[in-house]
Design a protein around this ligand. Sequence first.
Ligand SMILES: Nc1ncnc2c1ncn2[C@@H]1O[C@H](COP(=O)(O)OP(=O)(O)OP(=O)(O)O)[C@@H](O)[C@H]1O
Ligand SMILES: [Mg+2]
Length: 283
Amino acid sequence: MTTDHFALPEDTDRKTRVLTFTNGSAGSGKTTAAAALGYAAASRGKKVCILGMDKQRDVSRLLGYDDPDGDEELPTLHDVIDDVCTLDEAAVPARNTKTGEPIKNLWVVLESKKLDTLEFKLAGMTARELWLFRLLPQLRGRFDIIGIDCPGDVKLATIGALIAGDEIVGCTKSQEKEARGLTELEDKITEVHAAYGHMGMRNGLDWVVIGEGVTNNSQGKVYADIEAQVREAYGELAVKPTVRDDVKVPEAYTAGQPVTLYHPKCDAAVAYTKIGRQMKLYR
Ligand SMILES: Nc1ncnc2c1ncn2[C@@H]1O[C@H](COP(=O)(O)OP(=O)(O)OP(=O)(O)O)[C@@H](O)[C@H]1O
Ligand SMILES: [Mg+2]
C-alpha cells in the first residue's frame, strides 16, 4: 500500500456533511445505501469516510474488511470507545474485496463484534447521548462526507449519531415494517431534539431513501400502496427513484462490495447514483 496516497486526509477545515443512515427497523437498506452512496461519491472525487456502528459488521465487510476482529492490528470503533485509540486513528482505507487494493478517497471506521457491549458501555458515561458528538470533530474538516451506518434500532448508539450528524437519512423499504420503523424514528428524533436541539441537531428527517420496491404492481399492490404512502407523507424529502428489487444487491453483499462498485450499471447502482446526485453529494 502506498501509505502517503492512502493516509488519512489532513484537516483542511473543509465543510463536512455528516449523514446518519438510520431507521427504527432492521433490514431497511441502511448499509446498502451507506456503502453504495459512499462509493459513488468517492469514485467522483469526494473524500468520504463511512463509520460503522453495527456489531454485525456488514458495512466493514462491504468496504473490504471481512473480519476486523481477526486482525489485532486493525482498529475498530470499539477500540475508540475503550480509549485504545482516537477516532481519527481508527479510520482506515476502504478496500476492494476482489482485488485487495485500497479504494481511492474512501475510508472506514471498522466495526467489531464487541460492539454488542456498546449500549452497556455508553450507559455508564456522563452525558452519554453526546458520545459521538464529542468524537466527531476528530474527523470533521478532513472529509467531504461522513456516513454513519446505524444499527437497526434507535438506542444510544443511534441517538448519539442523530445528535452528532448534520443530516438524517431515513432508509426504508416499501413494506409495512420498515415504513413503521420510519415513524418510530421520527418520534425518537422529536424526543431527542427536545433535549438536544440547542446543539444544532435537526428536528426531522432530511432525506428518505426507499429501497427494494417492486417493479410491477402485479408483484404486490401492497408494496406500491406503501411506497405511494411514503412518498405522500414525505414529499420532496423522499428522493427518487425508488431502488427496485435487484438481485445484484445481495450478490454485491456476497462479493463484499458496495453495489455501485460491484456492478455500476445494474438498476440498483444506477438508482443509488441518481439518489446521490439528488442529495447533492456530487454533480
Ligand atoms: N434493492 C434491493 N434489492 C434486493 N435486495 C435488497 C435491496 N436492498 C436491500 N436488499 C437486501 O435487504 C437486506 C437488508 O439490507 P441492508 O443490510 O442494507 O439493511 P440494513 O438496514 O442495513 O439492515 P440491518 O438493520 O440488519 O443493519 C440485505 O440482504 C440486502 O441484500
Ligand atoms: Mg446494516
